[in-house]
Design a binder for this molecule. Structure first.
Ligand code: ATP
Length: 537
């Protein structure tokens, strides 16, 4: 926000004993453990069914969490559907005809290779064990580089060092050879070679420390269940592992009913389910999660131009939130899935490092063709100008809502030391995403202050998520709002009764200014609504 915009023409700073400016951000690392604890304590996210000791990789969003999550969804939805005349929405059902997943390839190939350690009885993804091993070799290379940089100072030529230093060259050759072996094993579905790779690399279980491994097996990530009572003849169906297929099977419905003409998009937000072998890192990897996906249908041959367009557009969406451009990076896929002709991830710097947040894929006509073949129904667009029909190519943007929630929260979480040496935890959330936009606080619960505060609160509620808090000293109340990221606090004091003014406190700077009550809604409107974010994309 622009603090200057808050200054009304006839009031200047009010006296307030709780006006402290942040001195510094504490050097404390923002760890996943801290975020998880904060989420639980302040009603953002709880473990699922905790009273029964929880269910692994399933989470419940509490009162503040659901508000934050809905705001992220709204930002995404509006940026896609409301701001683009050629993108429309869909809410497809989670259960789909089982043939959907046969056509999409999920029944046959949505697998992860898993391996168990016979001593610890722990289960691992075989590819992740190898990737962790590769990361250790990378670390050794980085150590060599750091050492050399110290030794050579300004004269250090990193590229030359990497390509000539014998130890580094050797490490890089090792990495290349391991990657090649793993790629071949995956491509040829050769699980025995995969096991041999783990044995040859002498990878041991981090828990038991032993190398006593089972064979590698393929594990399908789809959850299945049965539809209809058993006597009627049960039918195995799946919980959708991605929302995209609901879009593909509705391609013709939507194209015809809404007279859509490529290039056009279909956007959807919904639950997806994956029986992840190892689900950890809080809401980063869950077994039940939400996706926000948009499939963009284009004329064959135009897909690369649209792929570049959506890469740029999605990064602009992220940057509009102001979490810091350095926290994002593109990661191009070198090994493309058989149906893709280009693919990349937008990675975010989570507390545990850079990880995938969103995927952008050019999926060709693979999905529509596969559904055409299995269903026998045409999934094409008839181009009246060319007098011919074609199967459109697809560019997809796919982001995990829960991962986005974690990204926003971990970037916003700060521990600060104030001028008086006290400390505060503050969530510097983008104002438009904050669970509550404003808190209304009567300085005392007497002399008519509460009544005045209630009247203001009731007026604001129609347009903004607002909180009313009359308990505890005002300083403590400010801190409480900081911990949940409320951008503004409005304090009603005795002067408010005399001249209809209040103090407005801004969360990040903690600056307080006196403004007329009639200005509150305008200030909020200018600073906390999605409009500002949408305009800055
Ligand atoms: P990963 O490599 O991390 O397993 P993925 O490449 O399989 O992810 P996609 O199939 O491209 O993921 O799904 C699109 C997005 O859905 C991901 O970028 C991520 O944000 C989200 N997502 C995927 N799996 C999960 C999960 N288990 N929990 C939470 N979000 C997920």
């Amino acid at each position: 926000m622009q603090p200057a915009s808050l200054i009304c023409n006839y009031f200047i700073f009010s006296f307030n004993p709780f006006l402290f400016t942040p001195m510094s951000t504490k050097e404390n690392e923002v760890t996943l453990k801290k975020i998880t604890a904060h989420c639980k304590e302040y009603g953002f996210v709880y473990g699922s069914s905790e009273i029964y000791d929880g269910l692994s990789a399933a989470y419940d969003y509490g009162p503040n969490g659901v508000l934050l999550k809905n705001n992220i969804k709204e930002f995404w939805w509006k940026s896609m559907v409301q701001m683009n005349e050629n993108i429309v929405g869909l809410d497809a059902s989670i259960f789909m005809h089982p043939s959907t997943w046969k056509a999409s390839g999920h029944v046959d190939a949505f697998n992860d290779p898993l391996i168990d350690n016979k001593d610890s009885k722990k289960r691992y993804r075989a590819d992740v064990l190898v990737e962790d091993h590769l990361a250790k070799i990378e670390q050794k290379i980085n150590k060599e580089i750091t050492k050399a940089r110290k030794r050579f100072g300004e004269d250090f030529d990193e590229a030359q060092f990497i390509s000539t230093h014998p130890r580094v060259v050797n490490y890089r050759e090792q990495i290349q050879s391991i990657e090649n072996r793993m790629k071949t094993a995956i491509a040829e579905d050769d699980l025995e070679s995969f096991k041999n790779l783990i044995v040859d690399l002498e990878i041991s279980d981090p828990v038991s420390g032993t190398k006593n491994w089972t064979d590698v097996r393929q594990f399908n990530l789809m959850f299945s269940t049965e539809m209809g009572s058993v006597s009627e003849g049960a039918n195995t169906i799946y919980l959708r592992p991605e929302t995209a297929q609901g879009i593909f099977v509705n391609f013709s419905n939507i194209q015809k009913s809404n007279r859509m003409k490529p290039p056009f998009g279909i956007a959807q937000i919904g639950k997806a389910f994956r029986n992840e072998i190892i689900a950890r890192q809080f809401i980063f990897r869950m077994r039940e999660f939400e996706q926000m996906e948009m499939q963009f249908f284009v004329k064959p041959g135009e897909e690369m131009q649209w792929y570049e367009h959506w890469k740029l557009q999605r990064m602009r969406w992220h940057n509009a939130l102001g979490l810091g451009t350095a926290k994002y990076r593109f990661h191009n896929h070198l090994n493309l899935a058989h149906y893709a002709n280009a693919a990349c991830d937008i990675e975010f710097e989570f507390p545990m490092g850079f990880k995938e947040l969103e995927g952008i894929h050019s999926r060709t006509d693979f999905d529509l063709l596969a559904h055409e073949a299995l269903s026998g129904k045409k999934l094409r667009y008839f181009d009246p100008q060319e007098n011919e029909s074609y199967v459109p190519y697809v560019v997809e943007t796919s982001i995990g809502l829960d991962r986005m929630f974690l990204a926003v929260l971990s970037a916003a979480y700060q521990e600060e030391v104030l001028e008086d040496n006290s400390e505060r935890i503050v969530l510097k959330l983008p104002a438009a995403l904050a669970p509550s936009k404003v808190a209304v606080l009567p300085l005392m619960n007497k002399d008519g202050l509460a009544e005045k505060a209630q009247a203001i609160f009731k007026g604001l509620k129609y347009d903004f998520t607002a909180q009313y808090d009359a308990k505890d000293a005002i300083g403590r109340r400010y801190r409480r709002q900081d911990t949940v990221g409320t951008p503004y606090c409005i304090t009603i004091d005795h002067q408010s009764l005399e001249d209809d003014t209040v103090t407005i406190r801004e969360r990040d700077s903690m600056k307080q200014e006196r403004i007329p009550i009639t200005d509150i809604a305008r200030i909020l409107e200018e600073n906390v609504t999605l409009k500002k974010l949408l305009k800055s994309i």
